[in-house]
Design a protein around this ligand. Structure first.
Ligand code: NAD
Length: 297
């Protein structure tokens, strides 16, 4: 079994990004800039946002935290989104999810200028990605694809089972891995980019275990600890655990995979923490640099 070390791969990518940003500065250009909007004081969101800002600093991307109170109205938040859309010093921005219940996430995400949408969640970017057009690809799916590519795990012709159908993970990762490899991305072998046969499972799927046993690669994004057990895994499969669950004691994070039982059967497996999480953050940095370059040209 090989551990898919997202923490290590993300640090390599950050070093590559730092070189690119240093070169921009040496050539007399300004640094790229990311803005991160956070609404309210959800402790998990605060941690994610702080990690994103710290990662920006490491590679030389400027970061601005826009902290708004939990009782902000949808109209005022939309106004903030418009301000960031129009601010020429901001290359990309994200609105940290989840938002308070009185705010419609779709309304807010749809208002983001797709050229600054570095989380890749606007309908425009999702649609462009589906059609194989240049786009900012949703951060977690992009990070998963890159992790597979950096470990030379091919997806072409292989059966990928995705558990979860959310707009931020399940649907876009399924679409990305089944695509024809239109794009050639630095550091990726073409074989790793797509062409998979993908099955998407969700809470109403019948006999999930039987479907999983036919998978070469399983991507679990359900938010349910120990959902994937050893009896659901074919020997030699690759397991990508997207889940982040805070367990009873409140401090420990676990994924959706029964890691200790599944790992001995798997050829490759991501740990939680240290697997998909760091890859998501580094994808955000890559997207910010891409948005900056698009903006500049
Ligand atoms: P979500 O709650 O929007 O969707 C969960 C999906 O899982 C749903 O489609 C549901 O049908 C499916 N599901 C739930 N229980 C199931 C079951 N028993 N069998 C089959 N399907 C089941 O979740 P999301 O936003 O996609 O996030 C999923 C998990 O991934 C969460 O734990 C979240 O914290 C984590 N996450 C991690 C990262 C990262 O960077 N590592 C990024 C995004 C989300």
């Amino acid at each position: 079994m090989t551990l898919l070390d997202g923490k290590h791969i993300a640090s390599l990518i950050r070093a590559e990004l730092k070189q690119q940003v240093d070169q921009l500065l040496a050539d007399g250009h300004r640094a790229p800039k990311l803005a991160v909007v956070i609404v309210g004081h959800n402790p998990a969101s605060e941690t994610y946002v702080n990690n994103k800002i710290k990662a920006c600093a490491e590679v030389g991307i400027q970061a601005e935290k826009v902290a708004l109170e939990a009782d902000i109205t949808e109209a005022d938040l939309l106004q903030e989104v418009q301000r960031l859309n129009q601010d020429p010093s901001v290359d990309g921005f994200i609105v940290q999810l989840p938002l308070p219940e009185h705010i419609n996430e779709t309304t807010i995400l749809s208002a983001i200028d797709y050229r600054k949408d570095v989380d890749g969640l606007t309908p425009e970017n999702v649609g462009r990605t589906v059609q194989g057009l240049p786009s900012l690809v949703s951060a977690t799916p992009k990070g998963i694809r890159e992790l597979l590519a950096r470990y030379n795990i091919p997806t072409a012709g292989r059966h990928v089972v995705v558990i979860g159908r959310s707009n931020i993970v399940g649907k876009p990762v399924a679409m990305l891995l089944m695509q024809k490899p239109y794009l050639s991305l630095p550091g990726m072998s073409a074989a790793s980019l797509g062409d998979a046969t993908v099955t998407i499972c969700h809470s109403k799927t019948q006999d999930l275990a039987a479907i999983c046993r036919t998978a070469d690669i399983i991507i679990v994004a359900a938010g349910s600890p120990k959902l994937l057990t050893a009896d659901m895994v074919k020997p030699g499969a690759t397991i990508i655990d997207v889940g982040i669950n805070r367990v009873m004691d409140g401090y420990r994070l676990v994924g959706d995979v029964d890691f200790d039982a599944v790992a001995p059967k798997a050829a490759y497996i991501t740990p939680v923490p240290g697997g998909v999480g760091p890859m998501t953050i580094v994808s955000l940095l890559q997207n910010t640099l891409q948005a900056y370059q698009n903006h500049k040209s």
